[in-house]
Design a protein around this ligand. Structure first.
Ligand code: UFG
Length: 325
């Protein structure tokens, strides 16, 4: 069976992709330093605990496992933190990715699936956003990912290296069967934070900015259920293995929800009327990010199954109430 090395496979999105790959029978090895991931989240395959910063470890992993492809999730993901501490992001998200790629080349592995982000678009000129639209990130997090996109494009043009970059919009929700979900100590993401407020873990929810040029003044995002995002990865891998062609895809539904609408959904699903306070903008936040997923549907035959905000929130709430880690 095809062997896939999954860096960051114990994290939120990575673990849902490992589940999807495992269900299809792929042979999986997860490499994760557990800085934000959890060993219990790895439902299939084996786990090596270690960092992508460690080139010697990477060499050993490639020599022993001999993967056919690499899926690279390991990264830091907080926009606001990236504004405060940019080098942390360039070091891990850009430099350590380069280490993974160099190790791939050394061991003759040439298929790479990259976790990119809608943050590479910055403040888009038009929405929904298409893949060919300009990249103009407005925070170090987005730039740290964009640099990798440039690097792998250059590499694909000068060698037989091929890649698929998946630009995630806002991943949310949890395994509908409740086995895994987001388990991130800081819980900065809107839906997770709101659910923790509903649960009583935090006193109130802050809305970061009500003066954006949007109908209700709060930021608009395109929330995608993490299992639909996971199925896009499996399709991307199948496409890359069969065609060897590099490509970039937006991963979102093309739906738009404001922060206030998300809060209403969380209150509706949880049946808890928690306190909310409006406060200043959070640095680095674009006003609106909406995907145009036409290419993903047309070229990879992606069919989303969970395109429903209440369902997304319900699965995340179920996880929040019953989680094991
Ligand atoms: N927000 C609040 N209060 C909170 C948390 C968030 O008002 O307590 C707001 C944010 O300001 C933003 C929106 O809710 O307007 C969504 O914020 P998240 O932190 O949930 O997600 P981001 O849009 O900042 O970032 C996420 C991922 C990035 C990815 C991006 C793409 O973390 O990796 O989606 O849209 F790039």
């Amino acid at each position: 069976m095809v062997k896939v090395l999954v860096t960051g496979g114990a994290g939120y999105i990575g673990s849902h992709v490992v589940k999807a790959l495992g269900e299809k029978g792929y042979n999986i090895l997860v490499l994760d330093d557990l800085s934000s991931g959890h060993k219990e989240a790895v439902l299939y395959g084996n786990l090596v605990v270690g960092s992508t910063a460690d080139s010697e470890l990477l060499d050993r992993v490639f020599s022993d496992f001999k993967p056919d492809a690499v899926m690279h999730f390991a990264a830091y993901i907080e926009v606001e933190e990236s504004v405060r501490d940019p080098l942390k992001y360039y070091e891990n998200n850009t430099c350590n990715t380069l280490k993974v790629i160099k190790s791939m080349i050394k061991h003759n592995v040439n298929k790479f699936i990259f976790s990119s982000t809608a943050a590479v678009y910055g403040d888009p000129k038009r929405v929904p956003i298409r893949e060919e639209d300009p990249l103009n990130p407005i925070n170090p997090y987005g730039r740290s990912k964009m640099f990798v996109e440039h690097i792998i494009k250059d590499l694909s043009e000068s060698s037989d290296f091929s890649y698929i970059s998946l630009r995630y919009f806002n991943a949310a929700g949890a395994d509908p069967e409740g086995r895994i979900g987001q388990s991130y100590r800081k819980a900065t993401h809107l839906i997770t934070r709101a659910l923790k407020v509903a649960k009583g873990e935090f006193e109130k929810l802050y809305i970061f900015g009500t003066d954006y040029p949007t109908p209700d003044g709060t930021c608009i995002r395109d929330y995608i259920h993490v299992d639909d995002l996971a199925s896009a990865h499996v399709l991307a891998l199948e496409y890359l293995l069969s065609s060897g062609k590099s490509a970039v895809f937006n991963c979102g539904y093309g739906k738009r929800y404001s922060v206030k609408e998300v809060i209403e959904a969380v209150k509706r699903v949880t049946n808890v009327d928690f306190p909310v306070e409006e406060t200043a903008r959070r640095p680095g936040d674009p006003a609106v990010l909406i995907a145009d997923p036409t290419k993903l549907k047309a070229e990879l035959s992606w069919v989303p199954l969970y395109d429903d905000l209440d369902f997304i929130v319900r699965t995340a709430w179920n996880w929040e109430l019953n989680r094991r880690f």
